[in-house]
Design a protein around this ligand. Sequence first.
Ligand SMILES: [Zn+2]
Length: 235
Amino acid sequence: MSSHHRALVVGAGGLSSPVLRLLAKSRIGHVTIVDDDLVDESNLHRQTLYTDADIGRSKIERAKAAVLAIRPALSVDTVEGRFVPDTALSLLSEHTMVLEGADNLATKFLVADAAHIARVPAVQAGAVRWAGWAFCAVPGAACLRCLFEDIPSDRIETCAEAGVVGPVVGALGALQAAFAFRLLEGECPQGELWHYDALRGALRKTWVRRRSDCPLCNGEIQDLRVERYTAACAA
Ligand SMILES: [Zn+2]
């Protein structure tokens, strides 16, 4: 029995590879995959959804084929393009959760803001080199801006620039999938933040509390103005 849940998966790279594989094996009813990229040989080490035969082909097409190979009856939509402010809210309104595996901070904040406004749980993650984090924001609890405040005005490294270790991304994507499974079970993992440091061998859970001066939780951010997401956009 598949559930009524519909997952929006933003990005079809290293984080979303385990997310999509595991979602295909869950009882989720529908998955929509958003990405604008082609499968690139230099990313294959962390993008476990793809094989050498996929190089140069559309990621969303290959990702769809991969999840349908796992569960042919799964309902899958694809959106070719970046996740952008214009369509963010209408896309989110058709889904019951969003899993974000983008490689840039601008998209992470856009997903966080859109999910908060649309009141959809957001499962997000990020990794650089040997370490990373996974976080679940649910309506009414701490959001990504309670955790990180805002996009740094000076550009910081993205995972594409800094390099990232395949198994680290895989582990964080699996943690995202675990959040999704808990949401499917009706659980509410509010404010949960997992840190993973593969070099130290440490997996640690902390809780993010709502910040009293958080502009998103306070309702100061009510729309998705493009300027808000250009500061650290590493396109
Ligand atoms: Zn907040």
